[in-house]
Design a protein around this ligand. Structure first.
Ligand code: ADP
Length: 592
């Protein structure tokens, strides 16, 4: 059994079913403890020819055997089977429901967390929370409650029966049990610590496996399989050491159980045998006493397991609680009211932006006016802040007050979902889901007209490619879209964004993997279809943006020039230098 802020409520939520489980368990414990008295009657009956039934000497014959021993035994077995079935369903079924509830809550929290969280926490670590740690919580809940209740009820009932027979023998038998409990409690502290280390080691190894499989193409291209193997071997060794350290403690606990339980058996056989020899006990009574002790061996064993499960559960619950307590840092401010659809006018007002992890600003004093319906190109060297600038329009990070205005209103005063609903985005990595092409394209909608999907694919010039696939739009993309080429992936991402038909469309370096001819077609299509709607195009090639209404040249987080291509050639020497260099490159390429 385990308690904590995020788990206590489940005991209340499932109280009726848990109580029913406990009632079934008590019933099983109670009837199970009748069995040793049946042994006593059988042995004494065989030895003496009569049986003491509540002070009345009754003759032991076939009739007695059938009615007082066999029939009750059949009834006990029947009740035990029914009872065990019921408590299993109640405890283990509840544990599965708690696990599912927690998984859902964890996923719901993850969904709200901001970009920063995902930059700080690797996927492998998150995956181990959703698998290993949740499994442990399941175990704590199911086996934990069962063991806890069983240990209490069975022990109390059996010890009472034992004490009724002989107090001294019972006290002597309990001394090793107390020692077992004490050693278990001491060892459990270390087990919690070792389990935490083990889980962290497991997270690291799953992080690395996940990253290696995702980046397998890069690893192979750079012939770094050997390096990866060495790195993996180290993590694997750490994981093995953590597991061995944990197993050592776990085995120590098991050995303690065997030692103390067997000591008790020794005491009962020694002192109990002496009592029989002295005539204080009959042989049947000694067997009955051993039967009661036998009944508590399992709960005692289980207590050691409980100590271990609880220790592991505490470590896992702490990791899960840390996730559930995580707060998204990009949230709507107080009093933010819904805004009708945006027209697409964007104004940057002396925006200076720092990433939380950096002391230097990544964008400095950005002033820029984008009118609704304008086509704007953003260009500049790598690392100049282009992606950051568009990320801020999507409120991926918090922005200073009044530094970005949408339709003249501070972006902080517009609900985040409204901002994002009004924008379509083609990210640089063009992430696609492992789903059909059709579902990827209509991702913004729950359902989508087939003709609309096709139209979006035609505008992004990928319809012909999709039609060539055997399953057409129903083709299921492999993990991260690996079954399509880079250029096709880019164009499917563009189709997905176009399908949304939002007032603002942002394309981050989205035609870098397509040839110049295809780029031209896409740009032409975009011009036509986005008439009157704002389109922001981040690009590396001047040819991509030279016909835009406005080009913004960024360098080191500062805007060095804004204007049409011709205006910038005149007014911005950095832009001109970039144009000249790219023209030279093109010429050199053409000549070669
Ligand atoms: P561009 O799109 O022009 O290549 P970016 O906007 O991606 O540039 O990055 C601008 C600068 O900000 C770079 O120096 C980059 O390393 C840094 N940067 C980008 N993302 C983060 C982040 N999440 N945390 C800290 N620094 C970042």
């Amino acid at each position: 059994m385990i308690f904590g802020k995020h788990i206590n409520k489940y005991y209340l939520k499932y109280l009726p079913i848990l109580l029913f489980g406990v009632a079934s368990l008590i019933m099983v414990d109670y009837v199970q403890l009748i069995i040793p008295s049946l042994y006593r009657m059988l042995i004494n009956g065989i030895n003496d020819g009569f049986v003491d039934l509540g002070g009345i000497q009754t003759e032991f014959n076939i009739d007695f055997l059938l009615t007082k021993i066999c029939m009750p035994m059949i009834g006990i077995v029947f009740l035990m089977v029914i009872g065990r079935f019921l408590w299993r369903v109640c405890f283990f079924g509840t544990a599965l429901r708690v696990e599912a509830d927690m998984r859902l809550r964890m996923f719901a929290v993850c969904r709200t967390l901001s970009q920063r969280f995902y930059q700080e926490n690797k996927v492998g670590n998150l995956m181990s929370l959703f698998t290993n740690d949740l499994d442990t919580i399941n175990e704590c809940f199911g086996s934990g409650i069962l063991t806890f209740c069983d240990a209490i009820f069975l022990s109390v009932l059996a010890i009472t029966d034992m004490a009724k027979m002989n107090v001294l023998l019972t006290v002597l038998s309990m001394i090793p049990m107390m020692l077992l409990l004490a050693s278990g409690l001491i060892i459990s502290k270390y087990i919690t610590e070792k389990w935490k280390i083990r889980q962290e080691a497991y997270s690291s190894i799953s992080d690395m496996a996940q990253e290696s499989f995702s980046g397998i193409a890069v690893i192979k291209a750079f012939v770094k399989e050997g390096k990866e193997l060495i790195a993996f071997r180290k993590l694997n060794k750490d994981n093995e050491n953590a597991n061995v350290a944990y197993a050592r403690l776990s085995v120590t606990l098991t050995v303690c159980v065997t030692l103390f339980v067997e000591s008790v058996t020794g005491i009962i056989l020694g002192y109990g045998g002496y009592l029989v020899h002295k005539g204080v006990f009959s042989a049947g009574q000694l067997v009955e006493f051993i039967g009661y002790f036998g009944a508590i061996v399992w709960p005692v064993n289980a207590v050691s397991e409980l100590i271990e499960i609880r220790a592991r559960g505490k470590a896992s619950l702490k990791r899960i609680s840390d996730l559930l307590d995580e707060k998204p840092d990009v949230i709507d401010g107080c009093g933010v009211t819904d805004t009708p659809a945006l027209s697409g006018a964007i104004k940057f007002n002396d925006l200076t932006f720092y990433y939380p992890s950096r002391s230097e600003p990544v964008l400095s004093h950005i002033d820029l006016d984008i009118k609704a319906g304008e086509r704007v190109g953003i260009i500049g060297p790598t690392g100049s802040g282009k992606t950051t600038l568009v990320d801020l329009i999507l409120r991926t990070y918090n922005v200073p007050k009044n530094s970005i205005l949408l339709d003249g209103k501070d972006i902080n005063d517009i609900p985040i979902h409204t901002v994002r609903e009004n924008a379509a985005y083609v990210p640089q990595d063009n992430f696609l889901f492992s789903d059909t092409i059709e579902n990827n394209i209509r991702f913004a909608f729950d359902s989508g007209d087939e003709s609309e999907i096709e139209k979006a694919a035609k505008l992004s010039d990928v319809h012909d490619n999709i039609s060539e696939f055997t399953n057409g739009y129903s083709t299921v993309l492999g993990e991260c879209g690996t079954t399509v080429s880079g250029g096709q992936k880019q164009r499917i991402s563009i189709a997905r964004a176009l399908m949304k038909n939002a007032p603002i469309l942002i394309l981050d370096d989205s035609v870098s993997a397509v040839d110049v001819g295809t780029e031209k077609i896409i740009l032409e299509n975009l011009k036509e279809t986005r008439e009157g709607k704002t389109t922001i195009f981040i690009a590396h090639r001047v040819t991509t943006v030279e016909n835009m209404d406005k080009i913004v040249y960024l360098e080191d987080g500062k805007i060095l020039g804004v204007g049409t291509h011709e205006e910038l050639i005149e007014s911005c020497k950095e832009y001109k230098r970039m144009v000249d260099l790219q023209r030279l490159d093109e010429k050199a390429e053409a000549n070669s």
